[in-house]
Design a protein around this ligand. Structure first.
Ligand code: NAD
Length: 504
Protein backbone atom coordinates (compact mmCIF):
# COMPACT_ATOMS: atom_id res chain seq x y z
CA UNK A 1 0.00 0.00 0.00
CA UNK A 2 1.36 3.38 -0.99
CA UNK A 3 1.75 5.93 1.77
CA UNK A 4 1.12 9.52 1.07
CA UNK A 5 4.12 11.80 1.57
CA UNK A 6 3.86 14.14 4.54
CA UNK A 7 2.65 17.54 3.39
CA UNK A 8 5.43 20.05 2.93
CA UNK A 9 5.44 22.97 5.32
CA UNK A 10 3.85 25.90 3.50
CA UNK A 11 6.43 28.24 2.07
CA UNK A 12 6.12 31.85 3.09
CA UNK A 13 4.37 33.81 0.38
CA UNK A 14 4.24 37.61 0.35
CA UNK A 15 0.62 37.31 1.50
CA UNK A 16 1.48 35.28 4.58
CA UNK A 17 4.27 37.24 6.27
CA UNK A 18 3.13 39.11 9.36
CA UNK A 19 5.50 41.07 11.60
CA UNK A 20 4.66 41.48 15.26
CA UNK A 21 5.49 44.35 17.57
CA UNK A 22 7.94 43.34 20.34
CA UNK A 23 6.34 45.92 22.61
CA UNK A 24 2.65 44.97 22.32
CA UNK A 25 2.71 41.50 20.76
CA UNK A 26 0.23 42.78 18.15
CA UNK A 27 0.76 42.88 14.38
CA UNK A 28 2.96 45.76 13.20
CA UNK A 29 3.01 44.74 9.54
CA UNK A 30 0.41 42.73 7.63
CA UNK A 31 0.16 41.85 3.94
CA UNK A 32 -3.59 42.57 3.82
CA UNK A 33 -5.33 45.14 5.98
CA UNK A 34 -9.08 45.76 5.92
CA UNK A 35 -10.44 48.82 7.68
CA UNK A 36 -14.06 48.12 8.59
CA UNK A 37 -15.66 44.84 9.64
CA UNK A 38 -18.99 45.06 7.85
CA UNK A 39 -20.19 43.02 4.90
CA UNK A 40 -17.83 44.67 2.39
CA UNK A 41 -14.81 44.00 4.63
CA UNK A 42 -15.82 40.40 5.25
CA UNK A 43 -16.46 39.69 1.55
CA UNK A 44 -13.02 41.13 0.75
CA UNK A 45 -11.35 38.95 3.40
CA UNK A 46 -12.97 35.83 1.94
CA UNK A 47 -12.00 36.79 -1.61
CA UNK A 48 -8.37 37.40 -0.58
CA UNK A 49 -8.24 33.99 1.11
CA UNK A 50 -9.77 32.32 -1.94
CA UNK A 51 -7.19 33.87 -4.30
CA UNK A 52 -4.17 33.65 -2.01
CA UNK A 53 -4.82 30.55 0.11
CA UNK A 54 -2.10 31.00 2.73
CA UNK A 55 -2.75 34.69 3.14
CA UNK A 56 -3.05 36.44 6.46
CA UNK A 57 -5.66 39.15 6.64
CA UNK A 58 -6.16 41.63 9.44
CA UNK A 59 -9.57 43.29 9.70
CA UNK A 60 -10.05 46.20 12.10
CA UNK A 61 -13.54 47.28 13.14
CA UNK A 62 -14.90 49.64 15.77
CA UNK A 63 -17.91 47.47 16.62
CA UNK A 64 -17.68 44.83 19.36
CA UNK A 65 -19.18 42.16 17.06
CA UNK A 66 -17.98 40.05 14.15
CA UNK A 67 -19.46 40.98 10.73
CA UNK A 68 -23.27 40.76 10.56
CA UNK A 69 -26.19 41.52 8.29
CA UNK A 70 -27.88 44.84 9.03
CA UNK A 71 -31.20 44.36 7.15
CA UNK A 72 -32.87 42.14 9.82
CA UNK A 73 -32.28 44.87 12.45
CA UNK A 74 -35.07 47.02 11.01
CA UNK A 75 -37.30 44.15 9.87
CA UNK A 76 -37.42 40.49 10.99
CA UNK A 77 -35.92 40.96 14.47
CA UNK A 78 -38.92 43.04 15.54
CA UNK A 79 -41.23 40.14 14.77
CA UNK A 80 -39.32 37.56 16.85
CA UNK A 81 -39.85 36.47 20.45
CA UNK A 82 -37.40 37.74 23.09
CA UNK A 83 -35.49 34.45 23.49
CA UNK A 84 -35.08 34.10 19.72
CA UNK A 85 -33.78 37.68 19.45
CA UNK A 86 -31.31 36.98 22.26
CA UNK A 87 -30.02 33.86 20.49
CA UNK A 88 -29.77 35.68 17.18
CA UNK A 89 -27.71 38.48 18.70
CA UNK A 90 -25.09 36.09 20.03
CA UNK A 91 -22.03 35.46 17.84
CA UNK A 92 -21.19 32.30 19.82
CA UNK A 93 -21.86 28.67 19.03
CA UNK A 94 -23.34 27.19 15.89
CA UNK A 95 -24.37 29.95 13.50
CA UNK A 96 -26.56 27.61 11.45
CA UNK A 97 -28.75 26.93 14.46
CA UNK A 98 -28.62 30.20 16.35
CA UNK A 99 -28.50 33.08 14.00
CA UNK A 100 -28.49 34.10 10.40
CA UNK A 101 -27.35 37.57 11.46
CA UNK A 102 -23.65 36.83 11.82
CA UNK A 103 -21.57 35.65 8.89
CA UNK A 104 -19.20 33.59 11.01
CA UNK A 105 -19.01 32.87 14.75
CA UNK A 106 -16.41 34.66 16.85
CA UNK A 107 -14.34 31.46 16.88
CA UNK A 108 -13.76 31.69 13.10
CA UNK A 109 -11.43 34.66 13.55
CA UNK A 110 -7.81 34.40 14.63
CA UNK A 111 -6.86 36.42 17.66
CA UNK A 112 -4.62 39.32 16.41
CA UNK A 113 -1.74 38.27 18.73
CA UNK A 114 -1.73 34.82 17.07
CA UNK A 115 -2.01 35.85 13.42
CA UNK A 116 1.71 35.32 12.72
CA UNK A 117 1.46 31.74 14.05
CA UNK A 118 -1.31 30.64 11.67
CA UNK A 119 0.54 28.21 9.37
CA UNK A 120 -2.17 28.19 6.72
CA UNK A 121 -3.13 31.82 7.20
CA UNK A 122 -6.56 33.12 8.11
CA UNK A 123 -8.58 36.19 8.99
CA UNK A 124 -7.92 38.04 12.18
CA UNK A 125 -10.46 40.47 13.59
CA UNK A 126 -9.35 43.30 15.84
CA UNK A 127 -12.62 44.51 17.35
CA UNK A 128 -13.52 47.73 19.13
CA UNK A 129 -10.72 49.76 17.51
CA UNK A 130 -10.77 52.66 15.08
CA UNK A 131 -8.17 53.57 12.49
CA UNK A 132 -7.65 57.31 12.93
CA UNK A 133 -4.97 58.10 10.34
CA UNK A 134 -3.75 56.70 7.06
CA UNK A 135 -0.35 57.47 5.54
CA UNK A 136 -0.40 56.38 1.91
CA UNK A 137 3.25 57.15 1.18
CA UNK A 138 4.48 54.95 4.03
CA UNK A 139 1.58 52.48 3.68
CA UNK A 140 0.80 52.73 7.38
CA UNK A 141 -2.26 53.29 9.58
CA UNK A 142 -2.54 54.59 13.13
CA UNK A 143 -5.19 53.22 15.50
CA UNK A 144 -6.98 55.07 18.29
CA UNK A 145 -4.89 52.96 20.71
CA UNK A 146 -1.74 54.56 19.27
CA UNK A 147 -0.68 51.29 17.56
CA UNK A 148 0.72 51.62 14.06
CA UNK A 149 0.42 48.97 11.37
CA UNK A 150 2.11 48.84 7.99
CA UNK A 151 0.28 47.13 5.17
CA UNK A 152 0.96 45.59 1.77
CA UNK A 153 -2.56 46.20 0.44
CA UNK A 154 -5.32 48.04 2.24
CA UNK A 155 -9.11 48.23 1.84
CA UNK A 156 -11.29 51.08 3.08
CA UNK A 157 -14.60 49.43 3.96
CA UNK A 158 -15.65 51.99 6.53
CA UNK A 159 -19.39 52.08 5.68
CA UNK A 160 -21.60 54.95 6.73
CA UNK A 161 -23.08 56.60 9.79
CA UNK A 162 -26.54 58.11 10.34
CA UNK A 163 -26.87 61.68 9.17
CA UNK A 164 -27.95 63.96 11.99
CA UNK A 165 -30.30 66.94 11.83
CA UNK A 166 -28.85 70.26 13.07
CA UNK A 167 -32.10 71.11 14.85
CA UNK A 168 -31.79 67.89 16.93
CA UNK A 169 -28.04 68.40 17.47
CA UNK A 170 -28.66 71.91 18.83
CA UNK A 171 -31.49 70.77 21.12
CA UNK A 172 -29.48 67.76 22.39
CA UNK A 173 -26.51 70.04 23.18
CA UNK A 174 -28.82 72.23 25.32
CA UNK A 175 -30.86 69.51 26.95
CA UNK A 176 -29.66 66.13 28.26
CA UNK A 177 -33.30 65.01 28.27
CA UNK A 178 -33.60 65.60 24.52
CA UNK A 179 -30.22 63.87 23.99
CA UNK A 180 -31.39 60.82 25.94
CA UNK A 181 -34.63 60.61 23.97
CA UNK A 182 -33.19 61.06 20.48
CA UNK A 183 -32.24 57.85 18.70
CA UNK A 184 -30.30 57.08 15.52
CA UNK A 185 -30.18 53.63 14.01
CA UNK A 186 -27.39 51.75 12.32
CA UNK A 187 -26.06 48.81 14.33
CA UNK A 188 -26.87 46.06 16.83
CA UNK A 189 -26.42 48.37 19.81
CA UNK A 190 -28.85 50.86 18.24
CA UNK A 191 -31.36 48.03 17.74
CA UNK A 192 -31.12 46.96 21.39
CA UNK A 193 -31.30 50.51 22.66
CA UNK A 194 -34.32 51.41 20.49
CA UNK A 195 -36.11 48.21 21.46
CA UNK A 196 -35.60 48.88 25.17
CA UNK A 197 -36.61 52.52 24.90
CA UNK A 198 -39.65 51.77 22.71
CA UNK A 199 -40.83 49.17 25.23
CA UNK A 200 -40.78 51.86 27.96
CA UNK A 201 -42.23 54.72 25.86
CA UNK A 202 -45.84 55.70 25.24
CA UNK A 203 -45.11 57.51 22.00
CA UNK A 204 -42.40 57.78 19.34
CA UNK A 205 -41.86 60.15 16.40
CA UNK A 206 -39.99 58.66 13.45
CA UNK A 207 -38.41 61.37 11.30
CA UNK A 208 -37.75 60.25 7.71
CA UNK A 209 -39.75 58.62 4.96
CA UNK A 210 -36.93 56.55 3.46
CA UNK A 211 -36.11 52.86 3.85
CA UNK A 212 -35.25 52.95 7.50
CA UNK A 213 -38.01 55.37 8.53
CA UNK A 214 -40.66 53.19 6.84
CA UNK A 215 -39.35 49.83 7.98
CA UNK A 216 -38.88 50.95 11.57
CA UNK A 217 -42.25 52.74 11.71
CA UNK A 218 -43.92 49.46 10.67
CA UNK A 219 -41.70 47.42 13.01
CA UNK A 220 -42.56 49.72 15.93
CA UNK A 221 -46.23 48.87 15.40
CA UNK A 222 -45.24 45.38 16.63
CA UNK A 223 -44.33 47.01 19.96
CA UNK A 224 -47.59 48.99 19.75
CA UNK A 225 -49.57 45.73 19.63
CA UNK A 226 -48.16 44.83 23.08
CA UNK A 227 -47.84 48.20 24.79
CA UNK A 228 -50.12 50.64 22.96
CA UNK A 229 -47.11 52.70 21.78
CA UNK A 230 -48.24 55.59 19.54
CA UNK A 231 -46.13 55.72 16.37
CA UNK A 232 -45.87 58.98 14.38
CA UNK A 233 -43.90 59.41 11.15
CA UNK A 234 -42.82 62.81 9.81
CA UNK A 235 -41.34 63.19 6.34
CA UNK A 236 -40.75 66.03 3.93
CA UNK A 237 -42.00 64.25 0.79
CA UNK A 238 -45.69 63.86 -0.10
CA UNK A 239 -45.44 60.08 0.27
CA UNK A 240 -43.19 57.46 1.79
CA UNK A 241 -40.21 56.12 -0.19
CA UNK A 242 -40.94 58.91 -2.66
CA UNK A 243 -37.24 59.22 -3.55
CA UNK A 244 -37.39 55.69 -4.98
CA UNK A 245 -40.97 54.84 -5.95
CA UNK A 246 -43.13 56.48 -8.61
CA UNK A 247 -46.01 58.51 -7.08
CA UNK A 248 -48.71 55.79 -7.31
CA UNK A 249 -46.54 53.24 -5.47
CA UNK A 250 -45.35 55.78 -2.92
CA UNK A 251 -49.00 56.64 -2.22
CA UNK A 252 -49.89 52.96 -1.90
CA UNK A 253 -46.96 52.44 0.52
CA UNK A 254 -48.06 55.43 2.61
CA UNK A 255 -51.59 54.01 2.81
CA UNK A 256 -50.27 50.64 3.93
CA UNK A 257 -48.09 52.20 6.65
CA UNK A 258 -51.00 54.34 7.86
CA UNK A 259 -53.25 51.25 7.96
CA UNK A 260 -50.61 49.50 10.07
CA UNK A 261 -51.30 52.11 12.74
CA UNK A 262 -48.71 54.82 12.03
CA UNK A 263 -49.92 58.45 12.15
CA UNK A 264 -48.24 60.15 9.20
CA UNK A 265 -47.28 63.79 8.65
CA UNK A 266 -46.25 64.13 4.98
CA UNK A 267 -44.72 67.29 3.54
CA UNK A 268 -43.34 68.34 6.94
CA UNK A 269 -39.87 69.32 8.07
CA UNK A 270 -38.77 69.58 11.68
CA UNK A 271 -38.25 73.27 12.49
CA UNK A 272 -37.75 73.14 16.27
CA UNK A 273 -37.00 70.64 19.02
CA UNK A 274 -37.49 71.43 22.72
CA UNK A 275 -37.73 69.67 26.03
CA UNK A 276 -41.22 70.10 27.51
CA UNK A 277 -40.43 69.62 31.18
CA UNK A 278 -44.08 69.81 32.27
CA UNK A 279 -45.06 66.93 29.99
CA UNK A 280 -41.70 65.17 30.30
CA UNK A 281 -41.61 64.82 26.52
CA UNK A 282 -39.72 66.08 23.47
CA UNK A 283 -41.72 68.72 21.60
CA UNK A 284 -41.13 68.77 17.85
CA UNK A 285 -42.26 71.82 15.83
CA UNK A 286 -43.15 71.19 12.18
CA UNK A 287 -42.94 73.45 9.13
CA UNK A 288 -46.76 73.73 8.86
CA UNK A 289 -46.86 75.29 12.34
CA UNK A 290 -48.16 72.13 13.98
CA UNK A 291 -46.25 70.46 16.79
CA UNK A 292 -46.00 66.93 18.13
CA UNK A 293 -44.80 65.69 21.51
CA UNK A 294 -43.44 62.25 22.26
CA UNK A 295 -41.29 60.26 24.69
CA UNK A 296 -38.86 59.25 21.98
CA UNK A 297 -37.65 60.58 18.60
CA UNK A 298 -35.99 58.39 16.00
CA UNK A 299 -34.09 60.33 13.34
CA UNK A 300 -33.71 58.31 10.10
CA UNK A 301 -32.69 60.83 7.45
CA UNK A 302 -30.06 58.91 5.50
CA UNK A 303 -26.43 58.05 6.01
CA UNK A 304 -23.12 59.74 5.30
CA UNK A 305 -20.14 57.75 4.08
CA UNK A 306 -17.40 57.38 6.70
CA UNK A 307 -14.62 59.14 4.85
CA UNK A 308 -12.90 60.82 7.81
CA UNK A 309 -9.63 59.08 6.85
CA UNK A 310 -9.51 61.03 3.59
CA UNK A 311 -8.05 64.06 5.31
CA UNK A 312 -4.93 62.42 6.77
CA UNK A 313 -4.51 60.34 3.61
CA UNK A 314 -5.08 63.13 1.09
CA UNK A 315 -7.76 61.12 -0.69
CA UNK A 316 -10.33 62.46 -3.12
CA UNK A 317 -13.99 62.45 -2.09
CA UNK A 318 -16.99 62.47 -4.44
CA UNK A 319 -18.18 66.10 -4.18
CA UNK A 320 -21.80 65.11 -4.88
CA UNK A 321 -22.57 61.88 -3.04
CA UNK A 322 -19.59 61.62 -0.70
CA UNK A 323 -17.54 58.42 -0.63
CA UNK A 324 -13.91 57.70 -1.47
CA UNK A 325 -13.52 58.12 -5.22
CA UNK A 326 -12.39 54.86 -6.83
CA UNK A 327 -12.16 53.59 -10.40
CA UNK A 328 -14.07 50.61 -11.81
CA UNK A 329 -11.48 48.30 -10.23
CA UNK A 330 -12.30 49.92 -6.86
CA UNK A 331 -8.84 51.35 -6.52
CA UNK A 332 -8.33 54.74 -4.85
CA UNK A 333 -4.54 54.85 -5.03
CA UNK A 334 -1.73 52.34 -5.49
CA UNK A 335 -2.37 49.38 -3.14
CA UNK A 336 -5.38 51.14 -1.63
CA UNK A 337 -8.97 50.12 -2.41
CA UNK A 338 -12.45 51.08 -1.21
CA UNK A 339 -15.73 49.12 -1.29
CA UNK A 340 -19.29 49.17 0.06
CA UNK A 341 -21.23 52.25 1.25
CA UNK A 342 -17.99 54.22 1.67
CA UNK A 343 -16.98 54.22 -2.00
CA UNK A 344 -18.09 56.23 -4.98
CA UNK A 345 -17.18 53.94 -7.87
CA UNK A 346 -17.24 54.20 -11.61
CA UNK A 347 -20.00 51.90 -12.88
CA UNK A 348 -19.04 51.24 -16.49
CA UNK A 349 -22.71 50.78 -17.42
CA UNK A 350 -24.51 53.49 -15.45
CA UNK A 351 -21.81 56.01 -14.54
CA UNK A 352 -20.42 57.13 -11.19
CA UNK A 353 -22.46 55.91 -8.21
CA UNK A 354 -22.45 55.41 -4.46
CA UNK A 355 -24.72 52.55 -3.38
CA UNK A 356 -25.89 51.87 0.18
CA UNK A 357 -27.19 48.31 0.08
CA UNK A 358 -25.87 45.00 1.38
CA UNK A 359 -25.67 43.19 -1.97
CA UNK A 360 -23.40 45.96 -3.25
CA UNK A 361 -21.27 45.74 -0.09
CA UNK A 362 -20.82 42.02 -0.58
CA UNK A 363 -20.11 42.08 -4.32
CA UNK A 364 -17.89 45.16 -4.34
CA UNK A 365 -15.98 43.81 -1.32
CA UNK A 366 -15.38 40.56 -3.19
CA UNK A 367 -14.02 42.37 -6.27
CA UNK A 368 -11.80 44.61 -4.14
CA UNK A 369 -10.47 41.55 -2.28
CA UNK A 370 -9.74 39.71 -5.53
CA UNK A 371 -7.92 42.73 -6.89
CA UNK A 372 -5.91 43.14 -3.69
CA UNK A 373 -4.74 39.54 -4.04
CA UNK A 374 -4.19 39.73 -7.80
CA UNK A 375 -0.86 38.61 -9.20
CA UNK A 376 0.19 39.69 -12.71
CA UNK A 377 2.27 36.50 -13.01
CA UNK A 378 -0.67 34.21 -12.26
CA UNK A 379 -3.49 33.97 -14.85
CA UNK A 380 -5.86 32.65 -12.13
CA UNK A 381 -5.35 35.79 -10.08
CA UNK A 382 -6.22 38.49 -12.60
CA UNK A 383 -7.68 41.87 -11.63
CA UNK A 384 -11.36 42.30 -12.38
CA UNK A 385 -13.73 45.18 -12.97
CA UNK A 386 -16.72 45.70 -10.68
CA UNK A 387 -19.59 45.23 -13.13
CA UNK A 388 -22.20 43.54 -10.95
CA UNK A 389 -25.53 45.36 -10.87
CA UNK A 390 -26.36 44.99 -7.20
CA UNK A 391 -29.92 44.50 -6.04
CA UNK A 392 -31.80 45.65 -2.98
CA UNK A 393 -35.14 44.86 -1.49
CA UNK A 394 -37.85 46.22 0.75
CA UNK A 395 -40.32 44.04 2.53
CA UNK A 396 -43.02 45.80 4.53
CA UNK A 397 -45.60 42.99 4.22
CA UNK A 398 -46.23 39.84 2.18
CA UNK A 399 -48.15 41.90 -0.34
CA UNK A 400 -45.80 44.87 -0.19
CA UNK A 401 -42.38 43.57 -1.06
CA UNK A 402 -40.06 44.40 -3.90
CA UNK A 403 -36.58 43.93 -5.30
CA UNK A 404 -34.76 46.34 -7.57
CA UNK A 405 -31.58 46.74 -9.61
CA UNK A 406 -29.90 49.69 -11.30
CA UNK A 407 -30.81 53.35 -11.00
CA UNK A 408 -34.06 53.28 -9.08
CA UNK A 409 -34.72 56.96 -8.57
CA UNK A 410 -38.17 58.52 -8.81
CA UNK A 411 -36.71 61.63 -10.50
CA UNK A 412 -36.30 59.50 -13.63
CA UNK A 413 -39.11 58.82 -16.08
CA UNK A 414 -40.92 55.59 -15.10
CA UNK A 415 -43.25 53.16 -16.83
CA UNK A 416 -45.17 50.67 -14.70
CA UNK A 417 -46.93 47.47 -15.73
CA UNK A 418 -49.24 45.74 -13.29
CA UNK A 419 -51.38 42.64 -13.30
CA UNK A 420 -54.99 43.52 -12.61
CA UNK A 421 -57.09 41.40 -10.28
CA UNK A 422 -58.24 39.12 -11.90
CA UNK A 423 -56.12 39.01 -15.08
CA UNK A 424 -57.92 41.35 -17.46
CA UNK A 425 -57.93 39.12 -20.49
CA UNK A 426 -56.25 36.17 -21.99
CA UNK A 427 -53.57 38.32 -23.45
CA UNK A 428 -53.06 39.76 -19.97
CA UNK A 429 -52.27 43.16 -21.39
CA UNK A 430 -53.94 45.10 -18.66
CA UNK A 431 -52.23 47.84 -17.60
CA UNK A 432 -50.04 50.64 -17.03
CA UNK A 433 -50.47 52.99 -14.06
CA UNK A 434 -54.18 52.30 -13.80
CA UNK A 435 -54.34 49.47 -11.30
CA UNK A 436 -55.86 50.75 -8.07
CA UNK A 437 -54.77 47.86 -6.02
CA UNK A 438 -51.05 47.28 -5.99
CA UNK A 439 -51.24 44.11 -3.96
CA UNK A 440 -50.69 42.40 -7.30
CA UNK A 441 -47.40 41.89 -9.13
CA UNK A 442 -45.92 44.60 -11.28
CA UNK A 443 -42.74 45.82 -12.85
CA UNK A 444 -41.48 49.41 -13.04
CA UNK A 445 -38.93 50.49 -15.62
CA UNK A 446 -36.78 53.55 -14.88
CA UNK A 447 -35.67 55.32 -18.04
CA UNK A 448 -32.82 57.66 -18.89
CA UNK A 449 -32.10 59.05 -22.35
CA UNK A 450 -34.49 56.50 -23.83
CA UNK A 451 -32.95 53.43 -22.19
CA UNK A 452 -33.87 51.21 -19.24
CA UNK A 453 -31.47 52.02 -16.40
CA UNK A 454 -33.39 50.59 -13.46
CA UNK A 455 -36.00 47.90 -12.81
CA UNK A 456 -38.21 47.38 -9.78
CA UNK A 457 -40.01 44.07 -9.33
CA UNK A 458 -43.12 44.71 -7.24
CA UNK A 459 -44.52 41.68 -5.39
CA UNK A 460 -42.59 39.48 -7.81
CA UNK A 461 -40.34 37.04 -5.94
CA UNK A 462 -36.92 36.36 -7.43
CA UNK A 463 -37.67 32.70 -8.04
CA UNK A 464 -36.66 30.63 -11.04
CA UNK A 465 -39.70 30.72 -13.30
CA UNK A 466 -41.83 27.63 -12.80
CA UNK A 467 -42.93 27.12 -16.36
CA UNK A 468 -39.60 27.59 -18.08
CA UNK A 469 -36.42 25.57 -18.27
CA UNK A 470 -34.63 24.76 -15.01
CA UNK A 471 -31.76 27.07 -15.86
CA UNK A 472 -33.92 30.04 -16.78
CA UNK A 473 -32.60 33.14 -15.05
CA UNK A 474 -34.08 34.48 -11.86
CA UNK A 475 -36.05 37.67 -12.30
CA UNK A 476 -33.25 39.75 -10.85
CA UNK A 477 -30.77 38.22 -13.26
CA UNK A 478 -33.17 38.88 -16.10
CA UNK A 479 -33.36 42.51 -14.93
CA UNK A 480 -29.55 42.66 -14.91
CA UNK A 481 -29.50 41.30 -18.44
CA UNK A 482 -31.98 43.95 -19.60
CA UNK A 483 -29.80 46.71 -18.12
CA UNK A 484 -26.63 45.26 -19.64
CA UNK A 485 -28.26 45.18 -23.08
CA UNK A 486 -29.01 48.91 -22.70
CA UNK A 487 -32.57 48.30 -23.86
CA UNK A 488 -34.35 51.13 -25.66
CA UNK A 489 -37.59 52.18 -24.03
CA UNK A 490 -40.02 51.86 -26.87
CA UNK A 491 -43.52 51.36 -25.27
CA UNK A 492 -44.20 48.11 -27.14
CA UNK A 493 -40.79 46.76 -26.17
CA UNK A 494 -41.45 47.61 -22.51
CA UNK A 495 -44.83 45.85 -22.64
CA UNK A 496 -43.11 42.78 -24.08
CA UNK A 497 -40.40 42.98 -21.41
CA UNK A 498 -43.00 43.14 -18.66
CA UNK A 499 -44.35 39.83 -19.97
CA UNK A 500 -40.88 38.30 -19.74
CA UNK A 501 -40.96 39.02 -16.02
CA UNK A 502 -44.22 36.99 -15.77
CA UNK A 503 -46.14 39.98 -14.47
CA UNK A 504 -49.46 38.95 -15.90
P1 NAD B 1 -32.87 57.02 2.94
O1 NAD B 1 -31.88 57.68 2.08
O2 NAD B 1 -33.60 55.81 2.42
O3 NAD B 1 -34.02 58.07 3.33
C1 NAD B 1 -33.73 59.30 3.90
C2 NAD B 1 -35.00 60.03 4.26
O4 NAD B 1 -34.64 61.15 5.04
C3 NAD B 1 -35.79 60.55 3.08
O5 NAD B 1 -37.18 60.49 3.35
C4 NAD B 1 -35.34 62.01 3.02
O6 NAD B 1 -36.25 62.88 2.45
C5 NAD B 1 -35.21 62.31 4.50
N1 NAD B 1 -34.34 63.46 4.77
C6 NAD B 1 -33.08 63.65 4.32
N2 NAD B 1 -32.61 64.82 4.77
C7 NAD B 1 -33.58 65.36 5.52
C8 NAD B 1 -33.72 66.55 6.25
N3 NAD B 1 -32.74 67.45 6.32
N4 NAD B 1 -34.88 66.75 6.91
C9 NAD B 1 -35.87 65.86 6.88
N5 NAD B 1 -35.80 64.71 6.20
C10 NAD B 1 -34.69 64.48 5.53
O7 NAD B 1 -32.10 56.69 4.29
P2 NAD B 1 -32.62 55.95 5.61
O8 NAD B 1 -34.05 55.62 5.49
O9 NAD B 1 -32.18 56.77 6.76
O10 NAD B 1 -31.79 54.61 5.59
C11 NAD B 1 -30.44 54.64 6.01
C12 NAD B 1 -29.62 53.66 5.23
O11 NAD B 1 -30.02 52.34 5.45
C13 NAD B 1 -29.68 53.89 3.75
O12 NAD B 1 -28.39 53.65 3.30
C14 NAD B 1 -30.59 52.82 3.26
O13 NAD B 1 -30.29 52.44 1.93
C15 NAD B 1 -30.30 51.70 4.22
N6 NAD B 1 -31.46 50.84 4.41
C16 NAD B 1 -31.89 50.11 3.36
C17 NAD B 1 -32.99 49.31 3.50
C18 NAD B 1 -33.45 48.50 2.33
O14 NAD B 1 -32.80 48.48 1.30
N7 NAD B 1 -34.59 47.83 2.45
C19 NAD B 1 -33.67 49.26 4.71
C20 NAD B 1 -33.22 50.04 5.77
C21 NAD B 1 -32.11 50.84 5.60
Amino acid sequence: QATLPAPAAPADSPGSVVTMSDRTGLPSRVPYLIIGSGFAGMAAARAIRASDPLSKVLMIGDEPYPPYLRPPLSKELWRRKDDRVKAMLSPLGDMRRNSWLFVEPDSFFIEPRRLHLADTGGVSLWKGRRVIALDIADKRVTLDSGDRIEYGKCLLATGGRPRTLPVFDAAAAQSPEVAARTAYFRNIDDFQSLRNKANQAKSVIVIGGGFLGCELAVSLTEVAKKTGLEVHQVFKESGTLAHVLPPHLSEHTSKFIAQSGVAQYPGERVTSVDWDSAAGQVKVGLSSGRSLSADLCLVAVGIEANTQLAESAGLEIDPGDGGFLVNAELEARADLYAAGDACSYYDVLLGRRRVEHVNHAEESGAVAGRNMASDPADPDRKRSTYQHQSSFWCNLANTLAWDAVGLVDSRLETQSFFAMPPPASDDGAAGSDTAEDYQYPGVVFYLKAGRVVGILLWNLPDEIFQDKKAFAPSRLNLARKVLAERQLADPAALQALAREFDVY
